[in-house]
Design a protein around this ligand. Structure first.
Ligand code: ZN
Length: 77
């Protein structure tokens, strides 16, 4: 896997939407490639932040409305 392929799969990787084999390939690339690992950590951190914000009652209503409009990414099984 090269960096381009890794970048293509990174979003799905963050959302755990890949098969076990694909997950392993991305994981192996991230182990060897600090720049891609950094991008992954950025994306994963951002996602965690959004989830955390949207579960708090004091989160701005506008943010929650925005989050609700995002495509539901966890419906795929
Ligand atoms: Zn890379």
């Amino acid at each position: 896997m090269n960096c381009n392929e890794c970048g293509d799969q990174l979003n799905a990787f963050v959302d755990r939407e890949l098969t076990a084999g694909e997950l392993g390939e991305v994981q192996r690339h991230l182990d060897d490639c600090p720049p891609c690992l950094q991008i992954f950590e950025l994306q994963a951190g951002l996602k965690r932040l959004v989830r955390k914000e949207c579960c708090q009652d004091e989160a701005p209503a506008r943010l929650r409305a925005w989050v609700r409009k995002l495509p539901t990414e966890e419906r795929r099984v």
